[in-house]
Ligand binder design. Structure first.
Ligand code: KG4
Ligand code: ZN
Length: 341
């Protein structure tokens, strides 16, 4: 086993439809391999049983590739970190069982990781002289399964200030895209078309939700009714206006997120803002945050694309931080589909 200066973490992520393995040397990423499962495209969403099966097929080659890319022998690994939850139980079970066996086989400690904490702590993976957010900061975690504003007091001291009452923001993107006939996952495609459209072309109503909570199901319904109404008048409405529709949807969603962030800043007095999760890859939200530095005097932290969507490097950094604290798990640990921060 390595000392506390030379720590090699092998990390495994399998919570949804990406099988990923990474190797970190302390807080440096040496490799981050992601196998994205294409099979779900045909179904318009993730099919849990198919996801589990694909994880089983992918996990061994992905781990091998991560070790090969990092150019280290598995005997050097100091600990195995894995995503315990939240996520799809069948998917989580594949990564959890694999990690447990590997830790036994290599005789190194096992470290369980909360996927949502990992999205936030991805900001602490070393990237040259890029600045990391100072504590306390606010994190807007926006993914396919979650939408939260989190007060981050320390690495493992986090408090959810607000969250979605129904759909996650990634779902809002994906379901809107589905209404427009775009394949799954539609978020990146809405983003792509939005870049060429007019964000004010079609105004959509913003939900009125108290406090720092969110709601996106009403927006999805109003988009559905709008598209049904317009296509009954002009069957080519979507294809003739796709860029403007996407730009308008994206503009509305970003407006909802920014309004709540402003409220959170006013409530806490904290102006250090980080974004995390798959939707933080969205170019509109990245731009809105960058502009907020001048507009509102915030300091913003935007992850590089590789660390936005699901990846094992973010699991690895949590593994490293827990390793320093000696926070290890034992072999009785199980996967946890619902797992709060
Ligand atoms: O964090 P993530 O990879 O998986 C979950 O933990 O859910 O997030 C996936 C979500 C999907 O809903 C996907 O459509 C969305 O992130 N997403 C985007 C973009 N890239 C990924 N949504 C909008 N714009 C993007 N560029
Ligand atoms: Zn995620």
């Amino acid at each position: 086993m390595s000392d506390k200066q030379n720590i090699y973490i092998l990390a495994i992520e399998s919570s949804c439809d990406d099988t990923s393995a990474a190797v970190l040397y302390n807080d440096n990423m040496l490799s981050n391999v992601v196998a994205t499962q294409k099979i779900h495209e045909a179904y318009g969403g993730v099919v849990p049983e198919l996801a589990s099966r694909a994880h089983q097929q992918n996990i061994v080659p992905v781990v091998h590739q991560a070790l090969a890319k990092a150019n280290i022998d598995k005997k050097l690994v100091s600990a195995i970190a894995f995503t315990r939850g939240p996520g799809l139980l069948g998917s989580l079970l594949v990564g959890t069982s694999f990690a447990k066996s590997l830790s036994l086989g290599l005789n190194v400690p096992l470290i369980e990781v909360n996927h949502m904490q990992a999205h936030i702590l991805a900001h602490f993976i070393k990237e040259g002289d890029k600045k990391v957010p100072p504590f306390p900061f606010l994190a807007l975690t926006i993914s396919g399964g979650h939408t939260q504003i989190v007060l981050v007091n320390n690495y493992f001291d986090m408090e959810i200030l607000g969250e979605t009452l129904d759909d996650a923001v990634g779902e809002a993107f994906d379901k809107s895209a589905k209404i427009l006939g775009l394949p799954y996952p539609g978020g990146p495609l809405v983003d792509k078309h939005a870049a060429k459209g007019d964000p004010t072309a079609f105004p959509f109503p913003k939900p009125k939700v108290k406090g720092l909570n969110f709601s996106f199901s009403g927006l999805k319904t109003s988009i559905l009714y709008f598209i049904q109404r317009e296509t009954s008048k002009n069957p080519n409405f979507v294809e003739e206006n796709l860029n403007d529709i996407c730009a308008s949807i994206q503009y509305t969603i970003i407006g909802i997120l920014m309004d709540k962030l402003k409220k959170a800043v006013a409530q806490t007095g904290i102006k250090e803002i980080a974004i995390a999760g798959g939707v933080s890859a969205n170019s509109g939200i990245r731009k809105a945050l960058q502009e907020s530095e001048i507009k509102y005097g915030w300091k913003t932290y935007i992850p590089k694309f590789e660390y936005c969507t699901d990846n094992a490097a973010m699991i690895g950094i949590v593994g490293y931080l827990k390793y320093l604290d000696g926070k290890f798990s034992d072999q009785r640990i199980g996967a946890k589909a619902r797992y709060v921060i």
